[in-house]
Write a protein that binds this ligand. Sequence first.
Ligand SMILES: *Cc1c(COP(=O)(O)O)cnc(C)c1O
Length: 461
Amino acid sequence: MESKKLLLSSLPKVDKILSDERIKGLNFSRSIVLDSIRTVLDDYREGIINDNIVKVEYENIIEKIIKTVYLKQRNHLRRVINATGTILHTNLGRAVLSKDAINAVLEVSSRYNNLEYDLDKGERGSRYSHVEDIICKVTGAEAAMVVNNNAAAVMLVLSTLAKNKEVIVSRGQLVEIGGSFRIPAVMEQSGAKLVEVGTTNKTHLYDYENAINENTALLLKVHQSNFKILGFTKEVSLEELVELGRRYQIPVFEDIGSGVLIDLSKYGLSYEPTVQDSIKKGADIVTFSGDKLLGGPQAGIIVGRRDLIEKMKKNQLTRALRIDKMTLAALEATFRLYLDEEKAIKEIPALNMMTMDINTIQKKAKKLFNLLKQRLKDKVEISIKQDVSQFGGGSMPLETIPTFVVLLKPKHRKVKDVEYILRQQDIPIIVRIYKEQIIMDVRTIFDDEFKIIAETFERIL
Ligand SMILES: *Cc1c(COP(=O)(O)O)cnc(C)c1O
């Protein structure tokens, strides 16, 4: 008891710390410095009371304060190294932007730009004009517009075309899209009335037809992007739905979710319906995400019939869902890459990672293995093995792609502790743990990150 009191009273006073040359030399605002001093002293007090600290060393306190100042100053949203192998990791920011997209953002946002200025006419222009042509060219659609994300796109379509009216949708397609956002809830917010037809596993064309009445505004098809129903199933194809819609003069709206623009089966992946397919098959409106398989910024893209899209542009909701200049810049640059498929595959990181051939991956794994071996010597057991990567982002849930991973088992530290420390770095490294080993899938690790990983492990082990 006495010794605790003694320890507590031996903690340096704030004034004394503030007058320390090293603290004075910190080039940060006084409030951050003061805040850091209090944080560290509070930690010490708590440590002393809980018997975790039995000695007060002035030098250590100063060191901790300096570290805390830097930590408080650093951005909360920062880059991380994704060693999980999940390409469109929703928690890790989904798609990584291409160089072209990043340069476009930088250029457009660091100076004034023609966001809503028509350079030919010298008068006010539309922010959507920058991307409409290129999206139409790539997708084959007649018209296009963009909003903040695909959930917003779905909402805008429904609010514009089906407010206070009925939308027919199959029970097998009422999906939850993550973060507990559900399609039916989004739809209700739009003011459209959902008319569910069929059953979870089977919906027939006559189910849709029987539900049509004078209040029906849309036939909706939601792509089952993040789950699959297997076995005894029946879904109505887009073609059948389009035929039905034409007969009753009701537009067909497909929420395709992932929005892939390249036939990935050419690269040994399973076929995922492309946006171009849906347009060709006659869907009146198609919506998809910008940051899933498209590999661009977060955005919701709406393509289809011009008369319907013109109505959406005039909807008051559009203002609330509108896309910002940085996103537009990144989106336009991303779409431009699709004019040349080979270029898109090479330069859009998500596509590049998805289609990376197994030999390249094996080489990458060996490179990381050698680097770690060199630096860590006998502090770890390390090996390479075959494994599988995932698409993530609610795209292609059943599809896995063969990959190579580096496995690492620290000899003197707990795997869980190491994993935690990896997360606390200036550039956090996000890994998987399996059977008391750290697993790093090299598919999602950029080549220039290998060195950072090796140095980090060397520092912490
Ligand atoms: C992902 C997804 C959405 C939501 O898209 P966000 O861009 O994340 O808002 C909506 N519908 C489907 C079918 C999806 O897969």
